[in-house]
Design a binder for this molecule. Structure first.
Ligand code: ADP
Ligand code: GN1
Ligand code: MG
Length: 376
């Protein structure tokens, strides 16, 4: 970041309805899409803020995006207040409007920005370590889905249409192969073959939906573990990164969360021998999830969860490889082969979960039974 950009971050923060004057900032987070900054003000005992540059290439309709987030956070806030929850502002994101009351601010470079209350002290983990963290993660996403079961989905726009639709992702993938924009096709033949061989079996969730077995609910659709804020005692406080909250299937959220939780290694681990399954963390997450989700999940939805576990490392690999073939236009990358490295790591994970499908499914069923769910 150059000096001009540094001074401009604080200036941008001034355009939001914040208390006090912004005096310092720090870039944070390891997200692949937005740019995130903590903003500190000169007002003691008032909140600090979280400023984000919204990736406008990814989110084409920022107005609709921010409306969705406002609707979702207000729905959750109303529930928390009705329940008598403590520290409500730490349990749900609070959007800070711009000084003109708009939910975002557009600067002179036509970049889009938004601000939230900075929830602190908190931590978010790219790779988690303890069963306690995993269980808290399951509780957090189970609670989040539960809080939204009675929100009318017609109120929400699709911020990215077909976001978790594997048919759509594979269509894009085949188009990228055909176009071969970055001239990288020849070096990824093995990966392409692996993906193509499994296309049909990855339609399991869509087939359940086509048969009318599983309902569309409002889901988060980006349930990476680092999208949960935990407090100093590793208790989950708040689900964040609400850009993709849209109608979806519960197996999507379960599968994407497990993708990051079950992996002993990082999402982009270059040493594939390190990509092994962490069964205790998987079990703990599942336990926490059912604790808060058992009251609304149907039998078919519970049966669909394993399909989400199989789908998400695969679909993520399809998305990373599509971007690699396109020349790295979607995800932030740190080096030239980063998307390929990510693809290989995710395919290794997909291979591991595929081989242990029965064992994982048994754990899901055991945990469902523990929470008195009828899955016959
Ligand atoms: P991205 O879309 O780039 O993943 P996120 O919204 O997930 O962006 O934010 C990136 C990181 O910033 C998070 O992982 C978390 O560590 C931190 N963060 C985001 N929102 C808040 C908040 N309101 N309070 C404290 N930290 C936050
Ligand atoms: C992106 O923004 P972030 O890093 O939480 C992506 C997710 C992917 C994830 C892979 C809008 O999430 O769909 O699963 O990277 N978000 C978008 O790490 O595409
Ligand atoms: Mg994130």
């Amino acid at each position: 970041m150059n000096q001009k950009e540094v001074s401009s971050i604080l200036k941008i923060a001034e355009n939001f309805s914040i208390e006090g004057n912004p005096v310092a900032f720090k870039a944070v987070g390891s997200g692949h899409i937005n740019d995130t900054f903590q903003i500190f003000t000169d007002k003691l005992h008032q909140p600090n803020y979280l400023l984000q540059r919204i990736n406008h290439y990814v989110f084409k309709d920022v107005e609709a995006l921010m409306q969705n987030i406002q609707i979702v956070t207000e729905h959750i806030r109303t529930k928390l207040i009705a329940e008598g929850a403590d520290v409500v502002d730490k349990r749900v994101l609070t959007v800070i409007p711009a000084r003109d009351r708009s939910l975002y601010y557009r600067d002179e470079n036509t970049d889009y920005w938004r601000a939230y209350i900075l929830i602190e002290p908190t931590k978010s983990y790219d790779v988690l370590e303890t069963e306690h963290q995993a269980k808290e993660g399951g509780r957090a996403f189970g609670r989040f889905q539960g809080q939204l079961t009675d929100l009318d989905s017609n109120k929400l726009k699709y911020t990215i249409p077909n976001f978790c639709n594997i048919d759509y992702r594979l269509e894009n993938f085949h188009q990228a192969i055909q176009q071969n924009k970055a001239l990288r096709k020849d070096e990824v033949q093995e990966e392409i073959e692996y993906i193509v061989q499994r296309e049909a079996q990855m339609r399991a969730i869509l087939q359940m939906a086509e048969r009318g077995e599983i309902p569309l609910r409002i889901t988060h659709n980006d349930t990476k573990f680092n999208n949960i804020l935990l407090d100093e005692n590793d208790k989950a406080l708040c689900v964040i990164d609400l850009d993709t909250v849209m109608p979806g299937y519960v197996a999507y959220d379960f599968g994407d969360a497990i993708r990051t939780i079950i992996n002993h290694a990082a999402e982009d681990e270059p040493d594939l021998s390190k990509i092994t399954l962490n069964i205790p963390l998987f079990t703990a997450y599942t336990d926490g999830y059912f604790e808060n989700a058992h009251h609304f999940l149907s039998t078919h939805e519970i049966r669909s969860l394993i399909e989400g576990v199989l789908l998400f490392p695969y679909m993520q690999a399809v998305r990373f490889l599509t971007d690699y073939l396109d020349g790295d236009i979607y995800y932030k990358v740190q080096h030239k082969t980063h998307n390929l490295q990510r693809t290989r790591a995710q395919l290794s994970l997909a291979f591991e979960v595929e081989n242990r499908r029965e064992e994982l499914n048994d754990i899901i069923h055991t945990m469902a039974a523990k929470h008195l769910m009828d899955i016959r």
